[in-house]
Design a protein around this ligand. Sequence first.
Ligand SMILES: [Fe+2]
Length: 177
Amino acid sequence: MKQPMARLVDDLVACFRRDEQGRDAARALGGYAREQGDWTRFVRFDPAIYTRNLVARNEQFEMLVLCWSAGQESPIHDHAGQHCFMSVLEGRIEELQYAVPSEPGGGPLRQTSRRVFEPGEVAYIHDRIALHKVRPFGGQPAVSLHLYARPIDVCQVYDEETGAVLSKQLIYHSAAP
Ligand SMILES: [Fe+2]
């Protein structure tokens, strides 16, 4: 019998086979996050930085467990034109969205929304919607499950005050065998 995480990967492969945009992926991700607990073997906290731990990767998508210590946060970033789904596994996650600036370096970014996600809830973002920054909420660590379709190796990160843009090479802190 396969572990729940392996079954989730199989479900997602089927989702993306049916539909390039993975419209059923959010439901699969949320169902897993609410009901299963075998993600703990991907958890690695680092006091210096939030960690990105690879669960699965293929041509259609990559899935990662991200571990956030209290006080850590992502830069403001885009998603390289890909679909990004995020579900909370433990703790709470705050998402701040920002309007995509019309030109790089054009001044302070404009925050457009703020939302706190509870365990099992699923967030979705795409460059057509906004940029965002993600961090744990409430002074506690958090663990989140991220699905990128397709995989993202390089994204753009934005300076909140100046709007300046830099390319960022994304890395894994651990990778499932
Ligand atoms: Fe993101």
